[in-house]
Design a protein around this ligand. Structure first.
Ligand code: HEC
Ligand code: HEC
Ligand code: HEC
Ligand code: HEC
Ligand code: HEC
Ligand code: HEC
Ligand code: HEC
Ligand code: HEC
Ligand code: HEC
Ligand code: HEC
Length: 300
């Protein structure tokens, strides 16, 4: 179905080239559809067919690529013909006098948003840092689709690579001895972060302390009769780093006791830290994430 509509659009564009449709479809010539050529509504618009007369290869590659195909499958049949100028701006002047300087090369975000509505929060780049700085732009992460995309959906690479362009430090922490990776590959940033939209807590995909962690670590989700307060107050990252760490279990400190003593500065007299046994808190407090049997977390 989608494929059929793509064909019609491709043929419309191919008319001007007389046979472009052949290369695109790899099939017998299709009878010319009754669709009339698009009449420009805004001054200066010429339509994609006109662009294709000079930029045959670019037009062909675009229409056969993931974006062109997605557009062809969309509701509006004229979209592929409008597409070139939605991104590159009205081309009238450029067609009369082809120069690099009188046509937009890299569209601004607004051009993308003219088709991708902000409805549903899709384009609200709501990681606060991204909102605040106005960085990144659509094309920092996405490719336009003149040819196959390195990664889906129309991404310049997998998120862990694309995000690393700017967040090098974070990317490096996935190489640390204890980190969220599978073999040599880091977890995708999108496992925990929303690239844009639906980001209710600002930084992460989901609401609630620890909940982004609990989508995978379901065994920690409790509820416990005796929860360990930090878990329910500030979430897992009181004690763990989310990306990676030099410390076992991705703890924030090399030793468990150091993590504990940061909050529990005064321990009861029984805790004679000069005795080795007391330096390993989990020797007795095994219910670190919460317990159903012991208020003192001495059991799970
Ligand atoms: C009459 C032929 C012709 C038509 C029609 C034409 N172009 Fe061009 N276009 C050119 C030429 C020639 C260049 C290269 C100019 C140069 O290298 O100085 C160019 C360059 C470009 C560039 C590169 C700009 C850059 O900064 O590198 C873009 C993008 C472009 N055209 C888009 C379009 C679009 C979109 C249309 C349709 C609205 C279109 N062109 C129609 C001939 C044409
Ligand atoms: C989604 C936005 C978008 C659409 C739609 C789009 N382009 Fe582009 N186009 C770009 C971007 C971005 C670049 C610059 C790519 C780069 O620098 O790698 C580009 C580059 C070009 C260039 C310059 C290529 C070069 O190597 O210098 C031409 C010519 C061009 N586009 C023509 C077209 C034509 C013709 C269409 C319609 C069939 C079209 N574009 C549709 C975004 C778009
Ligand atoms: C002429 C309209 C139009 C313009 C302009 C446009 N897009 Fe799209 N794009 C679409 C349509 C239609 C789809 C198919 C999905 C949909 O219906 O939302 C799509 C799909 C996508 C997808 C998902 C691809 C996939 O594989 O699922 C991405 C990412 C995307 N566009 C990014 C961009 C970016 C970035 C720009 C600006 C550089 C842009 N688009 C400009 C119409 C457009
Ligand atoms: C920080 C990088 C980044 C920026 C900036 C960005 N995107 Fe995306 N976009 C992504 C990633 C990553 C995905 C895939 C999301 C996933 O897999 O969870 C995506 C997915 C999409 C999709 C597919 C539908 C969806 O929501 O999954 C569209 C359409 C899209 N982006 C358009 C845009 C447009 C338009 C802009 C500019 C207003 C933009 N994006 C800016 C990274 C980015
Ligand atoms: C073009 C550069 C760029 C790219 C690409 C980029 N970011 Fe950012 N990001 C920034 C900047 C700039 C900030 C703000 C940094 C600051 O305020 O210290 C930021 C901030 C953030 C923050 C922190 C938000 C906060 O509340 O402080 C997160 C999380 C984030 N980015 C995740 C991502 C993810 C995930 C990706 C890939 C899908 C990504 N970024 C891609 C530039 C980028
Ligand atoms: C396992 C889940 C998870 C993954 C995977 C993940 N993050 Fe995060 N990220 C978090 C959490 C949780 C925080 C909040 C940490 C805090 O507030 O101290 C965070 C914070 C951040 C921040 C802001 C604070 C800082 O450390 O600079 C940035 C930027 C960021 N992440 C980028 C990325 C990038 C880029 C990737 C992919 C390479 C990624 N994250 C992968 C969970 C994750
Ligand atoms: C996308 C799924 C996923 C998310 C989200 C996730 N994790 Fe993990 N986590 C894993 C996997 C898989 C492992 C590796 C387990 C293994 O190697 O046996 C792991 C390992 C760990 C380990 C080390 C366990 C060990 O035995 O070395 C800790 C600690 C951890 N995660 C904490 C967190 C925290 C804190 C968060 C939230 C910031 C989080 N995880 C989010 C999947 C996830
Ligand atoms: C009070 C500090 C603290 C908090 C808060 C905390 N952890 Fe832990 N976590 C630890 C310690 C300490 C260990 C190591 C236990 C050991 O070595 O026996 C650990 C071990 C783990 C492990 C690996 C061992 C196992 O039992 O599977 C995972 C996975 C883990 N934590 C996930 C989480 C998640 C998810 C959260 C949030 C819901 C969380 N942690 C909150 C201190 C904490
Ligand atoms: C981020 C701060 C923080 C960290 C880190 C932390 N705790 Fe706690 N812990 C608390 C708070 C707050 C309470 C509740 C205290 C209260 O009710 O008086 C608590 C309660 C406890 C209790 C029960 C106390 C009671 O009154 O019965 C034990 C046992 C305990 N923690 C052990 C540990 C151990 C072992 C570690 C290290 C793995 C640790 N805690 C790390 C903040 C922390
Ligand atoms: C040999 C077993 C053992 C070890 C090891 C141990 N504890 Fe305890 N801890 C206990 C017992 C038993 C209690 C309850 C009775 C008491 O406080 O004397 C307790 C109580 C606590 C309490 C609650 C105190 C209160 O005010 O009620 C905290 C907090 C605590 N331990 C933290 C730690 C920390 C941090 C470590 C590691 C540095 C640690 N414990 C190591 C046995 C141990």
């Amino acid at each position: 179905m989608a494929r059929e509509r793509f064909c019609i659009a491709a043929v419309t564009l191919g008319l001007a080239l007389g046979g472009l449709s052949l290369g695109l479809l790899g099939a017998d010539p299709v009878p010319a559809p009754v669709t009339a050529p698009v009449t420009p509504k805004t001054p200066g618009l010429v339509g994609g067919e006109t662009c294709a007369t000079c930029h045959e290869d670019m037009a062909k590659a675009f229409l056969a690529g993931p974006h062109g195909q997605a557009m062809a499958a969309a509701r509006s049949k004229t979209m592929p013909d409008e597409a070139c100028e939605r991104c590159h701006g009205p081309g009238g002047t450029h067609v009369d006098d082809p120069q690099k300087t009188n046509i937009v090369r890299n569209p601004k975000d607004e051009a993308c948003l003219s088709c991708h509505s902000q409805a549903g929060g899709l384009m609200a780049l709501s990681l606060p840092g991204h909102d605040r700085t106005g960085v990144p732009k659509c094309l920092d992460c996405h490719v336009p689709g003149h040819g196959p995309a390195p990664a889906k959906p129309l991404l310049a690479g997998p998120p862990s690579v694309v995000c690393a362009k700017c967040h090098g430090q974070v990317a490096v922490s996935f190489k640390m001895p204890y980190s969220h990776r599978k073999g040599d590959s880091p977890f995708e940033c999108t496992a925990c972060h929303a690239a844009h939209g639906n980001n209710r807590t600002g930084r992460l995909q989901q609401t609630g302390p620890g909940s982004v962690c609990l989508t995978c670590h379901t065994e920690m989700s409790g509820p416990y009769i005796y929860p360990h307060p930090p878990r329910s107050v500030s979430g897992c990252i009181e004690c763990h780093t989310p990306h990676g760490s030099m410390n076992p279990m991705m703890l924030t400190r090399p030793q468990v006791a150091q993590v504990c003593i940061e909050c529990h500065t005064a321990l009861t007299p029984r805790h004679n830290i000069s005795k080795p046994i007391y330096r390993n808190c989990q020797n007795c407090h095994i219910g670190i994430h919460g317990s159903n049997h012991s208020r003192r977390l001495l059991d799970e």
